[in-house]
Design a protein around this ligand. Sequence first.
Ligand SMILES: [Zn+2]
Length: 268
Amino acid sequence: MVIATDEGLVVVDGTCRGEGDPAWLKQELALRYEVPVRYVILSHDHEDHICGLQVFDDTAVTISHANAREHILRENRNTSIPDVVFDERMEFFVGGKQFILYYFGPTHSDNLIQIHVPDEGVLIAPDISRAGKSLVMPDFRDADIDNLIETLGILSKLDDVDIVIPGHWGTTTQDRFLDYRDYVVALRDRVLEEMINGASIDEILERVTMEDYSDYGNFDLWFRSNVISMWDKMYRYREPNVNSEGAGEYQSAYPLGYTIGGYESGAQ
Ligand SMILES: [Zn+2]
């Protein structure tokens, strides 16, 4: 995403997938605009969102959440290392336009932020929204489920938002935050209920079908990995009663080998 102002450009995220990488973007922006890229904002540390952005280091200040910088350094991400970090909220102005960066706590990763440009009515919200009613992510690997649910509600109510930009595909609106929230709440509650009744992950995969959400985008592609990683989250969240049926077997049988990757192609 690129926001143009009279005094400079602001780039949010970039990708090295395909030919439209940041090196290409830099050439295109130099052809089209008289002003330099002043700021690069990293939505979070995942490399598919920030790859190659160091090409703007000659003119831009790079901003991220404080936690993102730690992940970027530890994982040696192929990106620009943030110069400026913040914790809860940050604002700056370029060419008279206001940019507000939000962090509502850990959601999809512990450093995902949203970028709001109220003058444009735009909220950039990668990996916490998708175009249309949709599963948003393949899994909940580094997610905080309860705060994700909370944050989806907050994002749905922000003022001065006409367009939500999910980052991966197309544009959407704030209503979709609530559609996704409904799905995550239902999935969490249904998986948890089965676990309390002593169901194994195999039984949960059979029983928690979520057919009432099967019209959501990316359902066929990501539903199985959503169930497995939700089960994994709840496994770590709760302690079963010692004497309940199946509890002993349950506690000793953490089934490894449930691959939650391999879901990249075909997503929208
Ligand atoms: Zn991500």
